[in-house]
Design a binder for this molecule. Structure first.
Ligand SMILES: Nc1ncnc2c1ncn2[C@@H]1O[C@H](COP(=O)(O)OP(=O)(O)OP(=O)(O)O)[C@@H](O)[C@H]1O
Length: 277
């Protein structure tokens, strides 16, 4: 079949459709509708395979099933569809500002928790998961899947709490697990200043693109580990900025964090691993 000449309007058309599908997907993520979409996708994939293998009975059955499901979806998911249409009406489909506000509020929750822990000299280790999944690390820990809040984080590290030992892992706005045992860094040239909490923070950033924030119980300071490097003594403004970067998402390249680290170098005592103490 000859490919028709593409006009610039066709590119615009494709771009708009892709954008709408993307925004609609964002609206259904983490809802029941997402599970259904995944189920439909699996059924469709099986139907395509069955068609190519010429499994006639299975192809017939799946095509009928998919057809029936498409009719059943609006009935089953009436509340979700209503929400999507309402959000469309409120203009939430174009919600750059909303994302920004959400990022600010999450960054503030985590910042407040870290400053509280720092002020009360309560040791803490918070891992901010990015693209590398850390399931291997939290599989044997205590799974939480809870919404991030200052109170939750402070409680998790509160001395005496059964979960206070080990690290908490966040996936953006969700606290995935607590009491996680992280791999310790193998670096042999580290100063004696670094105990196991800091070694664990470095370790997890060596095996992934995650960021790790440490509140030192001994010194009451906050440090950041990225790509196996540690920046010590972050101030409130620096922590806020890095958390905003994280919660806004999108900045996936590790170079951004490297730049951030470079920036910190100026005013933070960075990675003096040699003869400290
Ligand atoms: N592998 C690990 N994974 C996660 N957390 C760990 C790990 N090892 C130790 N920790 C945490 O670190 C705590 C011990 O911290 P330690 O005093 O040895 O480290 P530190 O780097 O000197 O930190 P601080 O400055 O807070 O004292 C443990 O109670 C535990 O909560």
């Amino acid at each position: 079949m000859p490919i028709p000449d593409l006009r610039w309007q066709d590119f615009l058309d494709i771009f708009i459709i892709a954008f709408i599908v993307y925004r609609l997907l964002l609206l259904v993520v983490d809802t029941r509708a997402m599970q259904l979409l995944k189920g439909l996708f699996v059924l469709a994939a099986v139907a395509v395979v069955a068609y190519f293998l010429e499994l006639k009975a299975l192809t017939w059955l799946l095509s009928r099933l998919l057809g029936a499901l498409f009719i059943a979806i609006p009935i089953l998911f009436q509340p979700e569809l209503r929400r999507v249409l309402e959000e469309l009406g409120r203009g939430h489909l174009w919600r750059v500002r909303e994302i920004q506000e959400r990022a600010e509020s999450l960054a503030e929750e985590l910042l407040r928790a870290l400053l509280y822990l720092q002020g009360h000299r309560i040791g803490a280790l918070v891992v901010l998961q990015k693209n590398t999944g850390l399931k291997e690390v939290w599989r044997s820990a205590v799974s939480l899947r809870a919404a991030l809040s200052q109170e939750l984080l402070v409680s998790l590290f509160w001395p005496g709490n059964p979960l206070h030992d080990g690290a908490v892992i966040l996936d953006r706005e969700m606290v995935i697990a607590a009491s996680c045992y992280l791999p310790l860094t193998e670096k042999s040239d580290l100063s004696r200043w670094y105990g196991t909490r800091h070694r664990a923070a470095l370790g997890v950033t060596e095996i992934s693109d995650a960021l790790a924030l440490v509140v030192s119980e001994e010194r009451g300071e906050v440090s950041l580990a990225v790509n196996g490097h540690l920046s010590r003594g972050l101030n409130e403004d620096q922590i806020r900025r890095l958390l905003l970067h994280y919660f806004r998402g999108g900045e996936k390249e590790s170079s951004l964090w490297e730049r951030f680290r470079e920036e910190l170098k100026g005013d933070v005592d960075l990675e003096r691993t040699d003869s400290r103490e």
